[in-house]
Design a protein around this ligand. Structure first.
Ligand SMILES: *Cc1c(COP(=O)(O)O)cnc(C)c1O
Length: 386
């Protein structure tokens, strides 16, 4: 009998040597939405994506519970079989209405949508051009498609234009993919300009609005809504909606196409009723929270300014995702441990996720963080002795 080749231990060992081995640490959330317990100790969470605190909002929980009780724990089938309940359909109509779009379609997660949509929309005669800093799920989608795949330099519309010019008419269709708010740097893309370019070149445009939904744009419905030339807008429900799942808004014909051809939509059990209820309540709440959002935006600016005052480079961030770029990996890890010791959870991000020398702590702010919690974070950071 021949021996199976070793690879698991080898790969894990490499990760451990480079101090990049990762493991899972369970936490218990507190009802305030920003405090968590871990190994008996309390922390303020500055790395969550529950931007509006809706995961613990009474109306979100109430609707979720009601749908759970009335419709059961699971959807029990995929959408095209018997998994489309009236609540799925109603949520989709509500999303289309909120976005002023012809149609909307739910997906089980942003990852599932991104990793299957591009392959559904292209064939081996097509071209996908995505921003260099696109989320891993979009990358998975492009790589698993049969299309040619190119990337334009981050937010560089001249480079995008060059690639489109070079593509000429070699392809049956071109899809441009980008995000509105980027998850590592918290910066935004020049969406209007990209949409204009897509329009001029007759290319399709796919925009992932995951970190903007709930936080930015008119009525908090994101940055891509209402921009003509956006053919597919992806919103996710696991971030500011405090729920789970994702949706796209598009034309009626595009929705029919996806229902018929998108494997990531077809071959999976529909979202469970409790999740549909939570998302529905969250999306109804979001447009009513303009005052809360204004206060939240002010807190975001305070945190960014205070981080800069404390001597941290916050990079190109203009949003609730604020990196404090430290530089070396060792110092970043030291700062991360220091913060933990002082009851603060924030993510250390290191190469290969960011370029060498760009190691950072990434803070994300929630509307539920109090001014005192933000002050405390700043005080702790100011006392850090490099
Ligand atoms: C979080 C995220 C996703 C994935 O969404 P999930 O619903 O969590 O799977 C996709 N795109 C971007 C930009 C994200 O930040």
């Amino acid at each position: 009998m021949s021996k199976k080749p070793e690879f698991i231990d080898d790969e894990l060992q490499k990760r451990k040597i480079s101090q990049q081995f990762r493991s899972l640490t369970p936490i218990t959330p507190r009802p305030d939405g920003v405090t968590v317990e871990r190994n008996g100790k309390t922390y303020i969470n500055f790395c969550g994506n529950d931007y509006l605190g809706l995961a613990t909002h009474p109306q979100v929980i109430e609707r979720s519970r009601r749908y759970l009780e009335n419709y059961g724990a699971g959807a029990t089938a995929s959408r095209l079989i018997s998994g489309t309940m009236d609540i799925h359909q109603r949520l989709e109509s509500e999303i289309a209405r909120l976005y002023g779009a012809e149609a909307a379609l739910l997906f089980n997660s942003g990852f599932q949508a991104n990793s299957t949509l591009l392959g559904t929309l292209t064939d081996r005669h097509s071209l996908i051009i995505a921003d260099k800093k696109s989320h891993n799920s979009l990358l998975q989608g492009a790589l698993s498609s049969r299309a040619s795949f190119q990337r334009f330099r981050h937010n560089d519309t001249s480079h995008l234009r060059e690639l489109l010019e070079a593509a000429g008419d070699q392809f049956n269709r071109i899809w441009i993919a980008t995000e509105s708010v980027f998850s590592m740097d918290g910066d935004r893309s020049p969406l209007e300009e990209i949409a204009g370019i897509a329009g001029r070149f007759g290319a399709y445009l796919y925009v992932d609005d995951a970190h903007a939904v709930g936080v930015w744009g008119d009525d908090g419905l994101g940055l891509a809504r209402g921009i003509g030339d956006v053919d597919l807008l992806l919103g996710t429900c696991g971030k500011a909606c405090g729920s789970f799942g994702a949706y796209v808004t598009c034309s009626e014909a595009m929705r029919d196409y996806l229902v018929n051809f998108c494997a990531g939509f077809i071959y999976t059990t529909a979202l469970p009723p409790a999740v549909v209820g939570a998302t529905e309540a969250a999306l109804q709440l979001i447009p009513t929270l303009n005052d809360e959002r204004a206060a939240y935006h002010a807190n975001i600016e305070v945190l960014r300014r205070q981080l800069q005052k404390a001597g941290f480079d916050t990079g190109p961030s203009t949003t609730q995702i604020i990196p404090a770029i430290v530089g070396s990996e060792a110092q970043t890890l030291a700062l991360s441990e220091y913060l933990e010791k002082h009851g603060i959870l924030a993510t250390a991000i290191r190469p290969p996720t960011v370029p060498p020398g760009g190691s950072r702590i990434r803070f994300t702010l929630s509307r539920n963080h109090s001014e005192k919690q933000i002050d405390d974070l700043i005080k702790v950071l100011n006392k850090w002795d490099k």
